[in-house]
Write a protein that binds this ligand. Sequence first.
Ligand code: GTP
Ligand code: MG
Length: 616
Amino acid sequence: MSRAPRTIALVGNPNAGKSALFNALTGARQKIANYPGVTVERKAGRMTFASGEPAELVDLPGSYSFEPSSPDEAVTRDVVMGRQEGQRRPDALIVVVDANNLEQHLVFAQEVIALGMPTVVALNMLDLAARDGLVLDPKALEESLGVPVIETVAVRRKGLTELTAEVAKVTEQGAHEPTLPTHVDMVERRVSARAMAKGAIISETKQRRLHRGLDKVLLNPWVGPVILFALLFIVFQAVFAWATPFADALEAVVGLVSDAVVANFPAGLLRDAVTEGLLAGVGSVVVFLPQIIILFFFILVMEATGYMARAAYLMDRLMAFVGLSGRSFIPLLSSFACAIPGIMATRSITDPKDRLTTILIAPLMTCSARLPVYAVIIAAFIPARSVGPGIGLQGLVLLALYVAGIVGAMLVAFVLRRSVTEGGVSGFIMELPRYQVPRVRDVAIGLWQRGYIFLRRAGTIIFSVTIILWLLLSFPQAEPGENQVDASIAGQLANGLAVVVEPIGFNRDMALSLIPAMAAREVAVSSLATTYAVASDDEDETAEALGPRLVADWTLPMALSFLAWFVFAPQCLSTIAVARRETNGWKWPIVMLTYLFVLAYIAAGATFWIATAAGL
Ligand SMILES: Nc1nc2c(ncn2[C@@H]2O[C@H](COP(=O)(O)OP(=O)(O)OP(=O)(O)O)[C@@H](O)[C@H]2O)c(=O)[nH]1
Ligand SMILES: [Mg+2]
């Protein structure tokens, strides 16, 4: 035979089993190199048809679509189209689909088949389908796709002979020039993928049906978001309703300890440092441990059950609307714990502009360090009233603050993607994990870790910053009759800043809390508590909770303005430092700082003036 060996390429979604099939078909006869000009691996090997004719088999990186959103996907498209340097155009394609995720995998499979090249579908992972009680009809699938479908189990080498025979057959029909359709409607393709998947199912077990039924409801484009929002609503109601008795108890304990210290130790600077700095300051943050635990209980359970990935799937449409891909969801979700791991998680986003946008908006996701700030102000100023059956006003306001951050982030992303980080939107389809009953042990460990992180922050950074602030508040000592805060270094410094934030309704003490809060957001709470503790001349008042003091000193518009500030303002230096590291320079962190300050200033100012005008 004189003609050059045929080239066959393996394509499909990530994790379909392409590489497993490639290994099974080529054995040890593989060569791994790089495609010229890109860092994507080129994996090729030799396979043999039943006739004895050899062919070159090329394993391609997993793709969701031919509209590439990563270098990997670009290589896949270019190889298939015959545009990739150092690679002959394939004579035939094998599309590998995971039988257990047909609905998702058929989206890209349709796109591949639409090219019009000789194509065979490998319906892979049938062993797992059998295990889960799913029986498929390859003939039905063949009919709806219009190309041969072969059942395979790549890791058990099942179906390989049939697959190669079919590939040989379609290759003989001769290659066509592949043509990319000019217009692809993603929604349409998803709909037909769903119909095809449904038509291919002969039978499935109760459990699988239950899970699919759940997906039908939870992922429904109309019902799904409503359920997601309702769940979040319950979470934030619970953060207040469940935590209050625990938080009150903790607060009482801190008060008792403070009283005991006052009763048993002589008056003096050291005693003041303990009562005003450690107990009033750090204690005021620690009492929010129950809230943190409850919030993370829900987050962990949503992750463990498999619901979180569904939430990401739902959010994908919204994210695409503002110009982000679903790949940003996990980094943004982690930012609800803390923006630092969130920003680091953006490394998984391959498109540089997508990634930059995600980094820039990550601080707008409400990190858990802001929860104590929100909680203390809400508990003090928002009445614990119900506005409907089982609907507490406090939880509602808390939810609104989180939503304000998310909406702000989406608006900023929308603007950025049309200006500085302009670029195309990449399609993204998530692999959805199976539903599972969460394991108590895993959730318990997760909660323990979260609680530990929170208390460690209280014991280290919050403690040190609060003590430094206490020192700055306590010196120089006031003359008799003069207020200690007015006389102190910190008070003097804050007077300068107060001029700047006065137009947005902040008083001197609020201004003062903004500076140490740059170290950690919770410090806003401890610094307010310490400031008021230092300011009071009455020893008994030192042990008093922060809430009543705030109410005595602030108006409602001031409190709301303070909340609005914390939704948007950049308060934590570590976030800026991580942004610098991840973007390799100061330019983007400075952009981030600037836009966040401007947003915070405008939001706080607008809140203050609207609330004042409304007579609140
Ligand atoms: N049980 C079972 N596992 C399989 C089968 N085929 C592949 N796998 C496993 O599924 C996982 C993913 O397979 P890969 O071959 O790496 O998938 P891929 O399509 O090359 O994925 P990307 O390279 O990321 O696009 C691996 O752990 C395989 O061992 C199969 O038929 N049955
Ligand atoms: Mg692979």
